[in-house]
Design a protein around this ligand. Structure first.
Ligand code: UFG
Length: 340
């Protein structure tokens, strides 16, 4: 298959590009590099030995996107990663988040319709489950979701899911898949590609990594009084290599209509457990201090990954320890990310 990756130079996009090429597919990337680097594309090419055509543009630029797709026709499928993803920023700039995230998804669907592409896989998020009741865990694809989510970022994910559902209902040729990611961590084992957050990171593993390398003084544990075994938040941390393989499986097994899959491990890990795993993997001290809960955080979120196992023949295989070791290798070899 020839697959267009919007946002293909980003963290999950770059790992998926490698997995697709290694599975025998051709990859094209459109990325505006607002939160990623052209160097990521060069590294994808180094790992795979393949040449990856790139359009440096905002995916809302319909004329540019149409030209790129026609130039590389026939394109068989799109994996739509592009979008803004900072929860806090989305609360301060809601209109921008709706404009970029919804606008990009609509443009991608229009370009697909005009060029005869009938398969789309979308980067959704476990954030669509909101704050799950304890009895709702582990989360299945049928678990309650809300449009009344705490932040505009999460709402855009939920809205785009519904847009895809409606588009698939209207066009019997369309194959549309939403992948609800749990917490992506880790990096490619080569140490050549990895997560490269712009500015101060918000997520736990990039913060632990910066503390370990000495560019942040310590990590705040956001609450140790949750109703969880050690009082800290539980999450389902999934290695980005496993996540990338989930995209390949969902493309290769896509069926007519609309489908949703959780991509997670099914294993809850606490903040304290992740700190300890990263300390061991890096061999560096990590200063951690208990702080108040972070607004908007949920106590626990982890997947029932059974549907993806049954229908995609996919399951996560890599451990948290492996994810920490791989993240640390990437961090040590690229202390300033793709810029250094
Ligand atoms: N945490 C800390 N200290 C930190 C950062 C995080 O204790 O400095 C804790 C959080 O409270 C949470 C866990 O570590 O218990 C994981 O936090 P992350 O920020 O890494 O991940 P989240 O689960 O909060 O975020 C994820 C996705 C987002 C998504 C969000 C919705 O990364 O894209 O879920 O809740 F929007």
């Amino acid at each position: 298959m020839r697959v267009l990756l919007t946002g293909g130079a980003g963290y999950i996009g770059a790992h998926t590009a490698v997995a697709l090429i290694e599975a025998g597919h051709d990859v094209l990337i459109v990325d505006d590099f607002s939160a990623s680097s052209p160097e990521a594309v060069r590294r994808i090419e180094t790992i795979t030995g393949a040449k990856v055509p790139v359009l440096a543009a905002d995916a809302r630029d319909k004329t540019a996107l149409l030209g790129f797709v026609r130039e590389h026709a026939p394109v068989d499928a799109v994996i739509h990663f592009a979008g803004l993803k900072a929860v806090g920023e989305s609360m301060a700039q809601p209109v921008r988040y709706y404009d970029v995230n919804i606008g990009t998804a609509l443009t991608v669907l229009e370009v697909m319709a005009e060029t005869g592409i009938h398969t789309i896989v979308f980067s959704s998020s476990a954030t669509v489950y909101g704050d799950p009741a304890p009895e709702a865990l582990p989360l299945t694809e049928a678990s309650t979701t809300g449009i009344d989510l705490a932040n505009p970022y999460g709402k855009t994910k939920r809205m785009i899911e519904e847009i895809l559902r409606d588009a698939a209902a209207a066009d019997p040729r369309l194959q549309a898949v939403s992948l609800r990611y749990f917490n992506p961590v880790g990096a490619h084992p080569s140490g050549l590609i990895g997560e490269d957050p712009v500015g101060i990171p918000n997520n736990l593993m990039p913060i632990l990594s910066r503390v370990a390398i000495g560019s942040m003084p310590g990590v705040s544990i956001y609450g140790d009084d949750y109703d969880t075994p050690d009082g800290t938040g539980l999450r389902d941390y999934i290695h980005v290599t496993d996540l990338a393989a989930g995209h390949v499986a969902s493309l290769e097994r896509a069926r007519d209509g609309y489908a949703i899959f959780n991509l997670g491990t099914g294993k809850p890990v606490s903040v304290l457990e992740l700190i300890e795993a990263f300390r061991l993997a890096s061999g560096r001290p990590i200063t951690a201090t208990v702080a108040p809960r972070r607004a908007g955080d949920v106590a626990s979120s982890y997947a029932d990954p059974g549907k993806a196992r049954r229908e995609l023949d996919w399951s996560a295989e890599l451990s948290i320890d492996q994810a920490c070791a791989d993240y640390w290798r990437w961090q040590e070899r690229n202390p300033a990310g793709y810029r250094g």
